[in-house]
Write a protein that binds this ligand. Sequence first.
Ligand code: THU
Length: 135
Amino acid sequence: MKDTELISLAKKAAENAYVPYSGYTVGAALLAESGRVYLGCNVENAAYGPTNCAERTAFFKAVSEGERAFTAIAVVGGKALDFADYFTPCGVCRQVMAEFCDEKFRVLIGKNGEEYLSLTLGEILPYSFSSEKLK
Ligand code: THU
């Protein structure tokens, strides 16, 4: 799958964001090694704390369907589906990525139009804590 296709899917996923409190819509499209794509959006909560980010929604959907190996995730974020600036995943979502992906896992960050950033998990979460340390 082309990077630009995965980013388009992330934009589509953001349309389902449930964001009555922040109005900040986030979409994610996670490509598994199986070739399947799992979409995620942020789902907010009146108690704030239970809010789930779009990236984790996508990961938890995929893992709960039996996927364990992933190639790339595309993300977009912005107020009311306006992806004016590059948005970067929060620390909690980076840590969840590190549970299942190595430093070469690709993180594609889209915005309005065709331009995008192509980063790796190693770049956005260096010196990460992982299961290796628990062995
Ligand atoms: N959010 C995400 O979906 N992903 C992130 O990586 C950071 C933040 C959501 C949570 C909340 O619904 C809104 O963005 C504002 O924080």
